[in-house]
Ligand binder design. Structure first.
Ligand SMILES: [Zn+2]
Length: 380
């Protein structure tokens, strides 16, 4: 079980400093939760991830269910042991896949890829091409062997229990940013029913995990407030704030304002899936404690390094002449030992070490960035 303690509140914003205590150690919040979809931060081993100042990771229920399967992980001693990560862990509910493999895929809307025409919409009664969403749960097809898979509240909870993370999320439907009011309202009713079912299942479970309810409601103020109040009323020990906003980040800030006002002060709030580095100070100011983000590693594998002055693409041949570290002010292992010319060469030669070096630096950079924000809140 978790315990959350707020140790300082900013006088300038709704930001707060907290300590989240789990059976696998403490997390200082606000905190980035790197995404370990397949029980790994791509290109890095768990020891290296720890060296990037990462405190807690989130693994993906849907992917781990498909491969290697929750029974396999349970027999291997649970996720901490399986991936040799003794620190805190989370698993998501699989609800994001309802979006990413559903309407998100149909419309090319995602956390990072955006190629929308602007004409897409989702209306009541509509179903995505590859999934079937019913009142009991969602039928998926495995992208590994084509097998039909059903995920509902009971299935999601059962899988997450066997995987064994410290924090688990209630099953939800993450709705598309282009869903209309009627669709979102109906979907929210489902999400609430599923949350209640997950909450009841959790209350009879013997597993030492904390269940967070996930607030949805799309871009609609009325639904967001309703959802926050409903989840707060069920008495979860913490909350996930879900939803996809495509490229409309201003809307995300507004949504956080509606939601957080209606959540109990003393409980942790996790924003599910953050787009960019520049969004992070803003979401922390709104009172978000934890947030998962795959940007540092996703961009790294494409040659992009985040540095104090912005971001650079190491595939660019001008860096072959650059004998400086990625960021002179960065204390990470990569910046202490390697120069841009070498990393650029590795990318151009398609050497896999290139991906590792940038993933390490980017994660360290993000974690240091947030550490600075934490230090700032201490002074505010
Ligand atoms: Zn660095």
């Amino acid at each position: 079980m978790i315990e959350f303690k707020i140790i300082k509140k900013s006088k300038k914003s709704k930001a707060r400093l907290g300590i989240l205590k789990t059976n696998n150690g403490f997390v200082e919040t606000p905190c980035l939760v790197p995404v370990a979809t397949q029980a790994v931060i791509k290109t890095l081993d768990s020891g290296e991830v720890k060296e990037t100042k990462s405190q807690i990771l989130i693994a993906n229920t849907f992917h781990l269910h498909l491969r290697p399967g929750e029974d396999f992980i349970e027999k291997s001693g649970g996720l901490h042991k399986f991936m040799s990560w003794p620190a805190p862990l989370m698993t998501d509910s699989g609800g994001f896949q309802v979006f990413s493999l559903g309407f998100g895929r149909d419309h090319g809307v995602g956390k990072i890829l955006k190629k929308r025409s602007g004409n897409e919409k989702v209306s009541l009664g509509q179903q995505p091409k590859l999934l079937k969403i019913t009142s009991d749960g969602v039928f998926f097809r495995s992208f590994i062997d084509g097998k039909k898979i059903f995920l509902g509240p009971k299935e999601s909870m059962g899988i997450q229990e066997k995987i064994g993370a410290n924090i688990v999320f209630a099953f939800d439907e993450c709705t598309s940013p282009v869903a209309d009011y009627q669709y979102t309202k109906k979907s929210l009713e489902r999400t609430h029913r599923w949350a209640k079912e997950c909450f009841e299942l959790k209350s009879i479970s013997k597993k030492n995990q904390s269940l967070f309810g996930v607030i949805q409601g799309g871009r609609f103020k009325k639904l967001r407030i309703e959802s926050a109040q409903y989840m707060a009323g069920l008495g979860f020990p913490g909350f996930g704030i879900g939803g996809e906003f495509g490229d409309n980040k201003g809307k995300m800030t507004e949504m956080l304002r509606w939601v957080i006002k209606n959540l109990p002060e003393e409980k942790p709030r996790h924003l599910l899936g953050v787009g960019y580095l520049k969004d992070i100070p803003e979401i922390i100011k709104q009172g978000v404690d934890l947030f998962d983000c795959n940007v540092p590693t996703h961009y790294a594998r494409r040659g992009i390094a985040f540095i104090g002055s912005g971001k650079i693409n190491l595939k660019d041949k001008r860096f072959l002449k650059d004998k400086e570290p990625l960021d002179k002010k960065c204390f990470c292992f990569v910046c202490q030992n390697y120069k841009k010319n070498y990393i650029s060469h590795l990318f151009r030669a398609k050497e896999i070490t290139a991906l590792k070096l940038l993933s390490f630096h980017n994660l360290y950079f993000f974690n240091s960035f947030i550490e600075k924000i934490r230090n700032k809140i201490k002074e505010e």
